[in-house]
Design a protein around this ligand. Sequence first.
Ligand code: HSE
Length: 437
Amino acid sequence: MMNNTLGIGLAGFGTVGTGVWETLEKNLNLISQRTGVQVEIRRIAVKDLSKSRLKGVPSDRFTTEWLEVVNDPKVDIVVELIGGTSTAYDIVAAALRSGKPVVTGNKALLAERGQALFKLSHEHHAAIHFEAAVAGGIPIIKAMQESFVGNNIECINGIINGTSNYILQRMTEAGLGYEEALGEAQQLGYAEADPTLDVNGWDAAHKAILLASLAYGFTIDPEKVYVRGIERVRGTDIEFAKRLGYVVKLLCVVREHTDGTIELRTQPSFIPGSHVLSSVHGVFNAVAVKGDIAGESLFYGRGAGKEPTASSVVADIVEAAHTINTQGTNHRGFLPYKTEGVIMAIEDTSTPYYVRFDVTDEPGVIAKIAAELAEAGIGISGTHSPVNPDNPDADFVDMVFQLHTCRFGLLKDTLKKIETFSCVNSRPVVFRIESLS
Ligand code: HSE
């Protein structure tokens, strides 16, 4: 058993940072007994020293200078928890350059600027640990790095943004409006500092990019990834999905096609009510991984919030400390083994769809839209125009079409034409209908 106590430097002491402090206070003895690792948080960089801090944290640990934390000789491991891709990049890069391993929960940073950071990590023999970056307390990163190493990954389907999932559930079950549900998610500490990334799909997409990189071994350009968020989901869509036997979820799909291209997209989707992913509610996340050898595995747990995320950060701290103690050379972070891979153009992906049009209620509307779809060769499996009981004579109505499987590119071009019709008042809202089989 090692008795060498290693120093931790935290950059950021918000929801997750305080969770890390509390977790170590509560479970450090257990961790030491289990692993022989002893750690201590020695420096904490914060933006504002006057903000009320956790009771019991000595005030001399705090500084407003993140460089002091990174450069402190008593700090052996740097934990970046400030979020964003600018200062966070500088902190992580500086730590790696000085040979200190980094623990981070920052998916945006790694998905957007990971290539340079992982390169630094290899050059300086300092690992980047990022379990907390994907799906909160679920150990999916280690599963991808270690447990599935003997598999070709066929596909990954994930519900990996707790905030969106929480909002969708509150809209479904409590009939809350979108803004109200988002406010709750923020209060509960699920949302990012800037919740835009949660609701516009990018938080989930960043996580999917990291999973796809680990699965397929190349650095993914976020610009090639198709991302839509939940901002345009309405109660009508949730109701409709339910009537048809589906549930609306913000779904990430990562799939390798036979030609080697990788389908990688994040968008609100209808998923079958009978599928296990439809039962993933509230802040819970789930990641379904299919390997050619292991078959299907499902990872389920709390995807956001103080304790689950702190649990993953602490696990990474322990791993980093263990590596230092054993003088190991653990650089599993991410080692690209392909110089390039191809992300499938979103236009070439195919599923059935649900499309909602906001139309002026006048004779012939359905016929006009249906004729354009027929002209394009897109089959219609159902159409409906729900009447608002509070306003049955409204001039504007939602008109819903369910469409058979077709190339997304074809649908996109056809919807562009339909959008120009005078009876169509705004851009149609498209949901994929996923079989998940
Ligand atoms: N804001 C994120 C979420 C936190 O809601 O899932 C975890 O990354």
